[in-house]
Design a protein around this ligand. Structure first.
Ligand SMILES: NC(=O)c1ccc[n+]([C@@H]2O[C@H](COP(=O)([O-])OP(=O)(O)OC[C@H]3O[C@@H](n4cnc5c(N)ncnc54)[C@H](OP(=O)(O)O)[C@@H]3O)[C@@H](O)[C@H]2O)c1
Length: 221
């Protein structure tokens, strides 16, 4: 069985992506900080016939993230798809003039060091499979810095640069790297930003291996 690891697996987009990839035959490794919530989400998915397990880790604690992804690939199979989509903390969403060094340190740990840790952990497995997909998910400030949200604007810029470089160097190895930009809020029933619609977009990014960057809706809509 092939495996997707969803780093930042919560009730919104994470759950929708788990259902979508699970329906396509993927085993699903759910990663976020709270084991109890992960176990509940995994049980809900299992009730619908999806193989799913929760692995608690904090993306700002590299050791816990490496451990979670390592256990996931041992128990569920080599990770073919990595999605990196934890929901940013409130401190990363302050106006730029109120954003402190501590806020930025945390935001960079979250959006730059976390992705590097996760990618380095799963890449050897993807190489051994000869295929793989890495999907980054960001809000609109990942494409255009927004002074209302200083931390994510700075840290997402670093994440975007890292992801774009990965795209270029890994494409010849059969590993696709993509970034989904979601301007505005994720909301059930929204024509573009409904979790199920976004999960479909991420599935299409995985299967078509097209452009690096995909927008759920235009930035200025
Ligand atoms: N929600 C929006 O309106 C919106 C808008 C634009 C873009 N996005 C993007 O969409 C993705 C999130 O989707 P969603 O909002 O629907 O969230 P979700 O999939 O419902 O949940 C994301 C999960 O991330 C986990 N998380 C937060 N901090 C973490 C950490 N330090 N380490 C590990 N896990 C952590 C949280 O669980 P724990 O607290 O249990 O760890 C949370 O349940 C993110 O990439 C975000 O940038 C969201």
């Amino acid at each position: 069985m092939t495996t997707i690891a969803i780093v930042g697996a919560g009730p919104g987009l994470g759950a929708a992506v788990a259902r979508r990839f699970g329906a396509e035959g993927f085993a699903v490794a759910l990663v976020s900080r709270n084991q109890e919530r992960l176990d509940q989400l995994a049980a809900d998915l299992q009730a619908d016939g999806v193989t799913a397990r929760g692995y608690a880790a904090d993306v700002r604690d590299p050791e816990s993230l490496v451990g979670a992804l390592g256990r996931a690939s041992e128990e569920l199979g080599t990770i073919e798809v990595l999605e990196y989509s934890p929901i940013p903390q409130r401190e990363f969403l302050r106006p730029v003039l109120e954003t402190t060094v501590d806020d930025l340190t945390a935001a960079v740990e979250f959006s730059v060091l976390g992705p590097v840790t996760a990618v380095q952990q799963v890449l050897p497995g993807m190489r051994s499979l000869g295929r793989g997909t890495v999907l980054f998910v960001n809000g609109g400030s990942g494409a255009r810095p927004n002074p209302a949200v200083g931390g994510t604007s700075v840290a997402f810029a670093g994440e975007s640069a890292y992801a774009g470089m990965l795209h270029d160097v890994l494409a010849p190895q059969g590993i696709h790297v993509g970034q989904l930009i979601i301007p505005g809020a994720i909301q059930a029933g929204d024509p573009t930003n409904d979790p199920t619609a976004l999960a479909r977009t991420l599935w299409n990014m995985h299967t078509t291996q097209g452009d690096f960057r995909v927008f759920s809706r235009p930035l200025d809509a």
